[in-house]
Ligand binder design. Structure first.
Ligand code: ZN
Ligand code: ZN
Length: 406
């Protein structure tokens, strides 16, 4: 018999609540999705609380849980995964942040949090602040990401991450001073001092930088400061292969998911046309999955579009994404190697009515050889409650999957 393999397909933010315009149905209930329903009717279905019942999950904490890592133990902030996602080497004990290039005036009042959505020259600006030596012997490593975004790693002796943001999140407000949330914590105080030093130095180094002089001459907002936020300590976690004995790859569109995958030692895959939006070429992602599973044991795939529809409050975007997912799943059921188990779920609900993530559970199906097919006939939030899995948690998923794969 062929070696067992598995695909974990995560439709980001897919699950929803009943929507009036859809006849009090969720987008999944309202959509025409023959292949998803085939997967459900041949598979074993249920509901999943990504973290725990009623707990609103982020994409990062949910993916960690689903991959078998307890987010309460290994997650203190999004920064380390953002940094890993753009190829930075995050080490255990580092404190990492996501950052914006922003525009401030001489009084440190934020005029534009995104520096005119700058999209050129950020590599040169990043080089100017990368490698800075900060107060307390802390070293700053900085790399630019897409557009106005970047990531910062602080490396030094015993640093904490329970600190406040410098980014005021509003324009017209002064840059905030980073402070330890617990004034008695020396580790957090050291980090806060280093962050304040970095922010100040970034302004000194960037305000007259040639890239910014040229921007000002062209009437554009200069990227004259870097504002870090979302700090977290780089956790020590065992690799996915160590933890589950599966050689794994990731096919994902966003830096955050690629960062989580890279952090647990998965190979990343570049897919042409995978944009992270509703216009994404998901069939190219499906082809990349099939190629990966020819050699690897496990593929994690995240398709982002449905979450974007949820955040924008647009059920039609979700319906369009479900149609694309259905086509993708039909292709995968036909083309994946023999003895491949498919798990289809979401990392959280993103209800169109809320325009944010919610703590509602998500539908999940296991499909493949040996699965105990149940009476559920359709893949949606309510139909799966007839399934054999009942209601599981995110951290149960890999246990169920690996025992199914023997
Ligand atoms: Zn998500
Ligand atoms: Zn989201």
């Amino acid at each position: 018999m062929a070696k067992p393999k598995a695909l974990l397909l995560i439709a980001d933010g897919l699950a929803d609540r009943p929507i009036k315009e859809l006849g009090d149905r969720t987008p999944l209930e309202a959509a025409d999705k023959p292949n998803l329903n085939k997967l459900a009717s041949e598979g074993e279905c249920g509901l999943m609380d990504p973290i725990a019942p009623g707990v609103k999950a982020g994409s990062d904490t949910s993916h960690l849980a689903i991959l078998g890592y307890d987010p309460y133990k290994c997650y203190t902030g999004r920064g380390p995964f953002e940094a890993a996602g753009i190829g930075m080497d995050v080490r255990k004990g580092d404190v990492a942040f996501r950052c914006n290039f922003s525009t401030v005036d001489d009084n440190m009042v934020v005029l534009d949090r995104r520096a005119g959505r700058i999209n050129e020259g950020t590599d040169q600006l990043a080089a100017a602040v990368n490698g800075l030596e900060l107060v307390g012997g802390v070293k700053a490593l900085f790399k630019e990401s897409v557009a106005h975004r970047g990531a910062l790693i602080l490396r030094g002796e015993s640093l904490g991450a329970d600190i406040t943001d410098t980014d005021p999140h509003h324009e017209g407000t002064e840059v905030l001073t980073c402070e330890p949330r617990d004034p008695s914590s020396n580790a957090d105080a050291r980090t806060a001092a280093a962050v304040n030093d970095f922010v100040r130095k970034s302004y000194e180094l960037l305000k007259d930088h040639p890239v910014n002089k040229e921007r000002i001459a062209r009437g554009l907002n200069p990227a004259n400061i870097v504002l870090p936020r979302g700090g977290g300590v780089g956790p020590h976690i065992d690799s996915f292969e160590c933890e589950h004995g599966l050689k794994a790859a990731c096919v994902a569109e966003t830096g955050l998911i690629n960062g989580v995958a890279r952090y647990v030692g998965m190979d990343l895959t570049q897919v042409p046309g995978a944009t992270g939006g509703a216009d994404s070429n998901v069939m190219n992602m499906a082809k990349a999955i099939v190629e990966r599973l020819a050699s690897d044991d496990f593929v994690l795939c995240n398709v982002k579009g449905a979450d974007v529809g949820g955040h924008d409050g647009k059920p039609q975007v979700k319906l369009d994404m479900i149609k694309k997912l259905d086509e993708m799943v039909g292709y995968l059921m036909a083309e994946l190697p023999e003895n491949t188990c498919i798990v289809l779920t979401a990392d959280h609900s993103t209800p169109c009515a809320i325009k944010d993530h919610s703590g509602d559970p998500v539908p999940i199906v296991f499909w493949g050889d040996g699965v105990r097919t149940d009476r559920c006939q359709a893949y949606d939030e309510r139909s799966v409650t007839a399934g054999g899995l009942g209601r599981i948690r995110g951290t149960d998923l890999m246990k169920i999957l690996t025992q199914l794969m023997n």
